[in-house]
Write a protein that binds this ligand. Structure first.
Ligand code: KIV
Length: 281
């Protein structure tokens, strides 16, 4: 196995210009696929509320659910760096609840960092508190889905000069507070380029153009698994929903026709016994 990545690796990548590849995952099987593909950062995003749980937004996701998914993702990883989103339920309540949530992310979920949305004074204080106590924090500015009701929907942010300056200022403040990287979501490409040039920590873009230090996509979107909603900036690298529907349909037909399982013994062999992997501490 290659050496595990750390926040120092990402600072180095910013310096050398090597792009940081980030993808979301929600279970061990997907985590193993990300690991095999050489993904650098695996994010257990609260997007799981939409792609796994079928909610219209990320707000209903609980801390217990985030910790559970982070823990199972961690079992599939070796080299990749694991980040857990702090859910809506934990951050606005109080510094204590947000800090306790971050501690659970690392201690129970095996995450190596947490991600927080926005740059309010409360969030900046939290970033500073966590990073000075050994908990790396990834920031997130531009479109911040946990504030969907205040933003009036999933809309591009930072389109005017003033709004762009505010996004830049938010990103700067997160860096000053101690964030090790910052996600730039749904902002104009030129603004993302300006922020990337202005910060010494890496920027990870989503719908923010090619000039960021890295990119992140929701795995279900990039694999074409999500047929209900897909943002315009997503490139589908596969059409897995089509393949899955075809395979499930073939299976259903064969079961109904009685051609699966086959009558001869060859199809009926049991796989060799598997020894379960030991739990990560
Ligand atoms: O929740 C999530 O998956 C995210 C990424 C899309 C950045 O925040």
């Amino acid at each position: 196995m290659k050496d595990a990545l750390t926040i120092r690796s990402f600072a180095e990548m910013k310096k050398t210009g090597r792009k940081i590849v980030t993808v979301t995952a929600y279970d061990a099987t997907f985590a193993q696929l990300c690991e095999a593909a050489g993904v650098d950062i695996v994010l257990v995003g609260d997007s799981l509320g939409m792609v796994i749980q079928g909610h219209p937004n990320t707000l209903p996701v609980t801390l217990d659910q985030m910790v559970y998914h982070t823990r199972i993702v961690s079992r599939g990883l070796g080299r990749a760096f694991l980040v857990m989103d702090l859910p809506f339920h934990s951050v606005p309540v109080s510094m204590e609840s947000a800090t306790a949530a971050a501690i659970r992310a690392l201690a129970e979920g095996n995450a190596q960092a947490v991600k927080v949305e926005g740059a309010t004074s409360h969030v900046l204080q939290l970033v500073s508190h966590l990073s000075s106590h050994g908990i790396p924090v990834m920031g997130h500015v531009g479109l911040i889905p946990q504030s969907i009701h205040q933003m009036g929907g999933f809309r591009i942010q930072g389109k005017t000069r003033e709004a762009g300056a505010r996004v830049l200022e938010d990103a700067r403040r997160l860096e000053e507070a101690g964030a090790f990287s910052v996600v730039l979501e749904a902002i104009p490409h030129a603004l993302a380029a300006e922020i990337t040039g202005a910060l010494s920590i890496p920027t990870i873009g989503i719908g923010a153009g090619p000039h960021c230090d890295g990119q992140v996509l929701v795995s279900y979107d990039l694999l074409g698994l999500n047929e209900t909603y897909c943002p315009r900036f997503v490139k589908k690298y596969a059409q897995l929903a089509e393949i899955a529907k075809q395979a499930l349909g073939d299976y259903a037909s064969e079961v109904r026709e009685g051609t699966f399982p086959p009558a001869d013994e060859r199809g009926g062999k049991l796989p060799p016994a598997q020894t379960p992997k030991p739990e990560k501490p």
